[in-house]
Each structure stands twice: as C-alpha cells, then as structure tokens.
Ligand binder design. Structure first.
Ligand SMILES: [Zn+2]
Length: 312
C-alpha cells in the first residue's frame, strides 16, 4: 500500500460508534464534520464491502482534508462500514454471510447486516442530500473505474445525480433507471445515492485512491459545499444497463484473456469445471458491452458473479 493513512494520524473527528445487533454490537468509525458555513449534507462511506480498500483510504483522506471545517454544510464520513468484513478480510459480513450493499435499506430487527445498514440509513443517509458509496474491486476482482448513478423519478436527487455524473470526470458511467429499490427509497427521503468503483484486486494504489477523493469532491461541488466549478465533461461511455454472468455451479474458473473494453456477444469469457473434474464448460458473453467488474481468481462459489457487463 502506498497510502498508509490508517496508521499515520489520529483524528479527533472520528468517533467509534456502537451499533447494536441485539446480543452483540460492533464499533464503527464515524466522522461528522460541520463546515464553517451552513449548507447541505454529504454522506461518504467506504468499506461497505470489507475488502475494498481504495475507498476506505480515500474516506480517511477526506476526513483529514476537511477536518478543519473549511467548507459549507456537513460532511459525514463512515470510512469502514462493514467492520466485521474488514476484520475478516472479505466483502461480506461474516456474522451472517450477507453483503451490506445487497440488503437495501436494512431492517432494525433483522440479522447483523440488516441492522448495520438500517442504522447507517436511518442515522445518516436519510439526513443527507447525497450518499456516495466508495467501492472497488474485491481481492478477487478486476474493475473498470466507473460511477453508478440512478434516475429514480424523484426530481431533485435525479438532477443532482445527473450533475455529478456529468462533472466528476469519470470515463465510464452507468446511469440506471429504476422504479423501486434502495436508490428510489433514498431519493424519496431527499438523498441521491451513487456508488463509485475504483481500485482493482483490493489494491489501494495512489491513483485509485485519489480518484475516489476527486469524485467525492465533485459531489461536494455539486452540493455547493466547496467552491469551484467542475468543467462539464461527459463520460466517454454512458451505459444504462448491467447484465451479470453468474457461476453455473460451485467449482473452478479459468478466465480467458479478453479485453473488458470490447465484449462481443458469444465471445469466450472463460472455462469452468467442477472440483471433481467433470462438467467442463465454456462461458460466453450473453450480450455485447463493456466489462465493469470481473472475477480474476479461480474459486467459484454459488452465486458469484463472473462478470458484470454494461451496455446501452
Ligand atoms: Zn463493492
């Protein structure tokens, strides 16, 4: 790691907040920084997947950079949401095997991951004008840097998401229209949700980290929290659909040497087989498009995504 912010500073802005799961609790780091002028509120989260480090480093970097309060409004940063996953060095929460990003707005009476997300949403997301969720490739994944915004049918959050997408400087954007789900429910509470991806294979190289910081600051600019106008620069690729290629069974994966930039329908993505050596199959692309993230390691578990392909 080039950017060892974790151990290099102790920051009075960060409080360890106890989140209860019924009989147990977990301490989660939270920084709530008030700017020296009134304004809007941005929530930035890292480590929703516990092994995606570039976003966590960037989140700690933001806390350090803005701890002096020289901005308008309120910056709330949760640099490591999934603390149990972080400790276990995996994407999901080992307490119940769930991925926090997949439990929607959570449930205060559910499993630990449901409760963790409910706490985050109720305490912070519903009070924010925007929530930027910093992701990257897990330790097993390659990823293309991209921003993922949502058009929910709720005017103000949609306009903010659009402004962010067009001014953040990303080469690739996925703009998903949705009529239900997490982004819609958040939008109805006045919060624009966006998920951004940078940093492959769990790495936190300086470029991937600074991209997350730049995207966070682009959102702060869109919210009027910091000055300066971003030069509008539409992404080279604006995609509107994402299709997942999932593993056919638990077994072993041999990815082919393909370019994620130009995936053609029917192209070989890799081969797989069961661990007893049987059922060898070739997996081909179901659609043409752009690889957004893809599995680079051998182990295939039930439900794993081999590749996410974005298309128009
Ligand atoms: Zn992730």
């Amino acid at each position: 790691m080039t950017n060892r912010l974790f151990s290099l500073f102790s920051n009075p802005s960060i409080r360890m907040t106890s989140v209860g799961f019924g009989d147990r609790s977990v301490k989660v780091p939270v920084a709530e920084i008030d700017g020296n002028r009134s304004g809007r509120t941005l929530l930035v989260t890292g480590g929703t997947d516990g092994d995606e480090y570039a976003g966590m480093e960037a989140a700690y970097g933001l806390i350090k950079k803005y701890a002096d309060g020289d901005f308008a409004g309120r910056l709330v940063v949760v640099p490591v949401v999934n603390v149990p996953g972080f400790e276990a060095e995996c994407s999901q929460n080992p307490m119940d095997g769930k991925f926090p990003k997949l439990v929607g707005l959570g449930n205060a009476r559910g499993t630990p991951t449901d409760r963790l997300m409910r706490w985050l949403v109720e305490t912070h997301a519903f009070k924010a004008d925007a929530w930027l969720d910093l992701h990257g490739g897990a330790m097993t994944e390659g990823v293309r840097p991209f921003v993922w915004t949502f058009q929910t049918g709720v005017n103000e959050p949609d306009l903010l998401a659009q402004a962010f997408m067009r001014s953040c400087g990303a080469d690739t954007a996925l703009v998903e229209r949705c009529g239900a789900g997490k982004a819609v429910e958040l939008a109805r509470q006045g919060c624009a949700y966006a998920l951004v991806e940078s940093g492959a294979r769990g790495r936190c190289d300086a470029e991937s980290v600074s991209r997350h910081v730049a995207w966070s600051e682009a959102m702060m600019r869109c919210l009027g929290m910091i000055d300066g106008k971003a030069v509008p620069r539409d992404p080279e690729r604006v995609l509107s659909r994402v299709q997942y290629v999932r593993v056919p069974y638990a077994g072993a994966w041999h990815p082919a040497d393909f370019s994620p930039d130009a995936i053609e329908r029917g192209m070989t993505l890799g081969t797989c087989f069961r661990l007893d050596g049987t059922d060898q199959r070739t997996i081909t692309a179901p659609v043409s498009g752009t690889g957004l993230w893809w599995k680079e390691t051998m182990a295939m578990r039930d439900g794993d995504i081999l590749i996410a392909i974005g298309s128009h």
